[in-house]
Every structure is written in structure tokens, then in C-alpha cells.
Design a protein around this ligand. Structure first.
Ligand code: PLP
Length: 391
């Protein structure tokens, strides 16, 4: 038996482990200190009442012989795919139910989609970005070219006609920088992908946090994108489903390469390796897209975005450069006084008892930057900001 040696090329996923280790060491040294985390990338508010009711009803259905259900549809129940089509309709994006695939979250599908692409494709990945894109391609042994995100391009890298790649990852709003592509810049990517027969993997996990109505929340709001892009989205941050698990992937019927519809390949992959998301969860997800449910989940999003506004306001007053926070739950700041990401982490931890995430953990271009998130409790956010002001 030979192992997949590509795994040996992966770097240890040390970022959050090292953060946790440093925090617990500090707590052991200074017992009684109250540490506040603005580093958390997980939601903290409970599920919306409409979601709970729908899941409760679904549990009851599963307990009665007349309404019990076994295996569901591979692509997801029609009621949920219809609800998602309706959600896209409000964005002026018209999808067919056959183009939507329900899954257990964006992370799984972002990794699994690579099954349908040859390993000899070169991959373009922004730096800094969500580390899953890099690791899943290293596992498959693909060649990766990094696209530099920096303050000059507002952490929104643009295509370079001299670089050829088959697969392109875009994350908008971006984790960790909070940067969002506008329609003009996204169009440049769509044009590049069409010219080069490339496929864009568009991660819109944070689309529900976009406030500016001029900014795109789906790549399909760009002309031509259905011929070159697959979109990944999730109810994790939108509806607090990080522990419930439900997401969806859109593979347009128009998207073909080498004469083969990618929708058919992905359907074949899913029917072979995946047996669907539970009925109970899909009923909960459907409720999140209902008028009443969406109003409730919006309240949670508004709560987080008010946290983001408070963080942004404090950084502005302190004269610290930052991006994000207006259309995303992430705030990406430049470490003050030329500190490295980890130096600033230690400073905040030991002097303010506040935890954030060092930017260097998201790629080489993250060095010297730092990520704060808006997913915490309001009073904790206010307290943490007071402490940051004091140091
Ligand atoms: N994409 C991005 C950019 C993320 O930040 C995350 C989670 O943090 C995911 C995808 C994965 O989300 P899910 O919980 O749907 O797997």
C-alpha cells in the first residue's frame, strides 16, 4: 500500500491550535484574567425560531409511519431547491432546480468538487484566503499559483493575462480580509475565465453580510458567469447553521468543458459518494429562506454587523488601517507599529486580554495583518474595544 504522498506536502494546520495553546498558557500564568475572543469565526447566536419550529415539525413527521422518510433525493429535496431558486430570483439570478445541489456545507463541496477536475490543471488561489482551497489542491498534487492580495489592490487580486490557469478560486466577501469584488472587477475575472476556458470556483459563504446594494452577492449577477463559474454557498454564517450543517452548490447547465456538462459530472460524483443532507435539516434550511424565517436570520446578521461597525469605528478613531467590516463580518487590520501578526497577537493577549487571529495564518501576504471578527457578544465586543483603546 502506498500512501498519497501529497499529504506530506501539507503544512501543519497550526493556526487555531497555536492560538488556543497560547491562550491556555496565558490563562494558566494569569488565572482570573477575563479573556475576550474577537478571533472566533463561528456564529454565537441561536437558531431562528422559524428554523427550530420547522425542524421540530420534521422530527415529528419522522416519528409517524405515514410521514416517515428514508433516503432523500441525491441533489436535495425539491422544496429546498425551490426555496433557493426563489432566493436567487430576488437577486435577479434565474436558476433551474437541476442546477442546485444541497450539501452539508461549503467546506465539503469546495473540497469534493475537485473530483471532477483533472489533477493537471493549474490552480489560481488568492493570498490571503480561507486555507481550505490551498490544502485540498495540495492533497491532489495540483500546481498552485498564488495571486497577491495587498493594500494596493484592496486585497482583491485581478487577472493577469500572462498567467494561465484552469481553476480559479474567488472568495467574496473574503475570509479573512472582508474585501468584496464589485461588478466591474468580477467581470474581469469572468472575461478571463471565458477567454482561457477556465472555471471559477466562487465562494459566497458570506454573501448575506453584503450591505451595499451595488455589490454582487452572486457571481451569476455578472454576464457570462453561468458559462464559467460554480458557486458555493452555505447556511453556516447566514442562518447560524455551523453546527446544523447545510449548504448548496450551483453548477449551471450552461457550464461545459470539452463538450461535457459539469453539472452531469457533479451529479454523477454526488450520487456515487454522497447520500444527502437529513430531511430535518433541509426543512430547517427551507424555513430560513421563508419570508418570516429570513426576517429572523436577518436580525442575527444585523446584530453581528453592528458589532463590525463598532470595531471599524474604534479602529478608525485609533488611526489603524483596516479593510472589511462594512459588507462582511471580518475586519482586517494592519498591525500597528510595524508589528508582525504574532507579535500583535501576543500584545493584544497579554496587554488587553483580547484574542484575534494572526493574518500570517491565511497566507504569506497576511503577515503584518490581523483578523478580528464580529461574531461575538455585544458587551464583550464593547469591552474588548475599550481595552484596545487603552493600550
Ligand atoms: N468558505 C469560507 C470562506 C469560510 O470562511 C467557511 C467557514 O468558515 C466556509 C467556506 C465553510 O463553511 P461551511 O460551514 O458551510 O462548511
Amino acid at each position: 500500500m502506498n500512501i498519497n504522498e501529497n499529504y506530506l506536502n501539507l503544512k501543519d494546520s497550526y493556526l487555531f491550535a497555536l492560538v488556543a495553546k497560547k491562550v491556555s498558557e496565558y490563562k494558566a500564568q494569569k488565572p482570573g484574567k477575563e479573556i475576550i475572543s474577537l478571533g472566533i469565526g463561528d456564529v454565537t447566536l441561536p437558531l431562528a425560531p422559524a428554523v427550530i419550529t420547522a425542524m421540530g415539525d420534521a422530527v415529528a413527521e419522522m416519528g409517524r409511519g405515514a410521514t416517515f422518510r428514508g433516503y432523500g433525493e441525491y441533489q436535495g429535496y425539491m422544496f429546498l431547491r425551490e426555496a433557493i431558486c426563489g432566493y436567487y430570483g430576488k437577486k435577479d439570478v434565474h436558476l433551474d432546480k437541476s442546477e442546485i445541489f444541497i450539501g452539508d456545507g461549503a467546506k465539503s463541496d469546495l473540497g469534493n468538487i475537485l473530483d471532477i477536475f483533472s489533477t493537471d490543471n493549474t490552480v489560481l488561489i488568492p493570498d490571503p484566503v480561507y486555507p481550505v482551497y490551498v490544502d485540498t489542491n495540495i492533497m491532489a498534487g495540483r500546481k498552485i499559483i498564488y495571486m497577491n492580495g495587498n493594500t494596493e489592490n484592496e486585497f482583491l487580486p485581478l487577472p493577469d493575462s500572462g498567467i494561465k490557469a484552469g481553476i480559479i478560486y474567488l472568495c467574496s466577501p473574503n475570509n479573512p480580509t472582508g474585501a468584496v469584488y464589485d461588478k466591474d472587477r468580477l467581470k474581469l475575472w469572468v472575461d478571463y475565465a471565458l477567454e482561457n476556458d477556465a472555471v471559477i470556483l466562487f465562494d459566497s459563504a458570506y454573501e448575506a453580510f453584503v450591505r451595499d446594494r451595488e455589490l454582487p452577492t452572486s457571481i451569476y449577477q455578472i454576464e457570462g458567469a453561468k458559462r464559467c463559474a460554480i458557486e458555493f454557498c452555505s447556511l453556516s454564517k447566514t442562518a447560524g447553521f455551523t453546527g446544523v450543517r447545510c449548504g448548496y452548490t450551483v453548477v449551471p447547465n450552461e457550464l461545459t468543458r470539452g463538450g461535457v456538462p459539469l453539472n452531469e459530472l457533479w451529479l454523477r460524483r454526488q450520487t456515487t459518494k454522497f447520500n444527502g443532507v437529513s430531511y430535518i435539516v433541509q426543512r430547517g434550511a427551507e424555513a430560513a429562506f421563508s419570508a418570516g424565517g429570513y426576517a429572523q436570520i436577518k436580525e442575527s446578521i444585523d446584530y453581528y454587523m453592528e458589532n463590525a461597525r463598532l470595531i471599524a469605528e474604534a479602529l478608525k478613531a485609533l488611526g489603524i488601517w483596516f479593510a472589511g467590516g462594512e459588507n462582511s463580518p471580518y475586519i482586517w487590520l494592519r498591525c500597528p507599529d510595524g508589528m508582525s501578526s504574532w507579535e500583535y497577537f501576543d500584545t493584544l493577549l497579554t496587554r488587553a486580554n483580547v484574542v484575534g487571529t494572526p493574518g500570517a495564518g491565511f497566507g504569506a501576504n497576511g503577515e503584518g495583518f490581523f483578523r478580528l471578527t464580529a461574531f461575538g457578544d455585544r458587551d464583550d465586543v464593547k469591552k474588548a474595544l475599550d481595552r484596545i483603546r487603552n493600550i
